[in-house]
Design a binder for this molecule. Structure first.
Ligand SMILES: [Zn+2]
Length: 417
């Protein structure tokens, strides 16, 4: 596109306006042109690269190499890689870069601002359905539909990043505190210049300082987490290693209660993320003034929330005169190991259903119930399904036993409560 105004003394501002117009015409185009997307094919047995592609998001020719001309290709990449270039890839930080730097250590000095689309994905697409190209339930790899074509894979990453930037920009318009928090949290670790550039592109401003970020997180978590636990967690954020786990924890909490799960690769690579969720939402602070804990960690409130009753059955009671149902639910919600023995017809199922529903709602945890009473469990599964709870079951005859083993799962909830 050419800007029609060509007066000599104003050329630089013309160029500036031109860039702005291009920016409007094609979102993120200028930013994406500063990225080089790479994909390596690595022989896992020998841990050596056997094919490699580096592509731009425009007409510039790609760098493609098979084993015999890898050295020439890496020479070209090193020549093209300047300080302003972001090396882009899917799982590039834990996979591609270590292999690349092992083969060509000099690249580590120039490629210091990588962007990993795998790491950005749970922040950009926390809600199920996730990004269609990213296989959440496996290892977060791209669903390429072909094998061993590094050029196509590298080009696909541009599509993923473009979608991620658009999703984050929309999220920034809808819920600016979330993206402000992500910007801060995703740029705590070393070599985070690339992520900083991506979030600047989305937000149009530099990363917030720690105080502004903490305020944004506190506003976000109001009514979604225990205030005391949040304060403890915020105090730990001076540890840069907690940045990404905290970002993933916040991102999941913002969509909690639906059928979104924290991706397995996040749980494996950022173990703190799930622990932070549990700490923020499922570790009762017992503070009488804590709105979250008195509502979400209280067995009677939970009974009312999930089943609409004001109190547990008055009989039977424990030694202190407290209804046994309530005692069992309370202990189970606190994470204790419990053996509850109740007479027939006194409401045993509530004792595991409430903790299961509560746990899932707070942390996304799956509960497995194992029972020999096939007919009763089938009835309960139907009842839960009618109430809007997403539930699955398996049943299996065990040789030598007269009854059947029966498992029922409570993996997710749909518009319940
Ligand atoms: Zn609390």
């Amino acid at each position: 596109m050419t800007f029609p105004y060509t007066h000599d003394h104003d050329r630089s501002s013309c160029r500036h306006v031109n860039e702005k117009l291009m920016h409007l015409a094609e979102p993120f185009q200028l930013f994406l042109q500063r990225c080089v997307s790479i994909d390596l094919e690595v022989d896992p047995a020998a841990a050596s690269i056997f094919a490699f592609a580096a592509v731009h998001d425009d007409a510039r020719p790609p760098i493609l190499a098979k084993k015999r001309d890898l050295v020439i290709a890496l020479d070209r990449l090193e020549a093209e890689a300047t300080d302003g270039v972001h090396l882009l890839g899917h799982n590039i930080l834990r996979h591609d870069l270590p292999h690349l730097f092992a083969m060509r250590p000099g690249l580590a000095n120039v490629l210091r601002s990588p962007i990993d689309t795998l790491w950005l994905n749970p922040l950009a697409f926390p809600r199920n359905p996730y990004h269609h190209l990213v296989k959440h339930y496996h290892d977060g790899r791209l669903q390429a539909g072909h094998v061993n074509n590094p050029e196509l894979d590298a080009r696909l990453v541009f599509q993923v990043l473009r979608n991620q930037l658009a999703a984050l920009r929309q999220q920034n318009a809808d819920q600016p505190d979330a993206v402000t928090a992500f910007h801060f949290l995703a740029t705590r670790m070393e070599n985070s210049v690339g992520f900083d550039a991506a979030f600047r592109e989305v937000r149009g401003v530099p990363a917030p300082d720690p105080l502004a970020a903490q305020k944004a997180i506190a506003r976000l978590m109001a009514g979604r987490a225990c205030e005391r636990r949040l304060e403890q967690t915020l105090n730990r954020l001076s540890n840069p290693q907690l940045g990404w786990p905290m970002a993933y924890a916040l991102s999941w909490i913002l969509v909690a209660g639906g059928d979104s799960v924290m991706p397995p690769w996040v749980r494996a690579q950022f173990r703190e993320a799930a622990l932070i969720v549990r700490h923020l939402r499922d570790a009762n602070c017992n503070g009488p003034d804590c709105a979250w804990c008195s509502e979400r960690n209280d067995p009677v409130r939970a009974l009312s929330r999930w089943f609409g009753f004001d109190a547990f059955r008055a009989e039977p009671v424990d030694d202190m005169g407290r209804p046994l149902q309530e005692r069992i639910v309370d202990e189970t919600m606190r994470g204790a190991s419990v053996l509850g023995i109740l007479p027939t017809g006194t409401g045993k199922s509530v004792c595991y259903q409430i903790p299961a529903l509560s746990k899932f709602d707070k942390t996304g945890a799956l509960t497995v119930v194992i029972s020999p009473l096939v007919a009763l469990m089938a009835d309960q599964v139907q009842g839960m399904a009618r109430a809007g709870v997403s539930i699955g079951h398996l049943q299996h005859a065990i040789p030598g036993l007269t009854s059947h083993a029966f498992c029922c799962f409570v993996p997710s909830l749909w518009g319940y409560g």
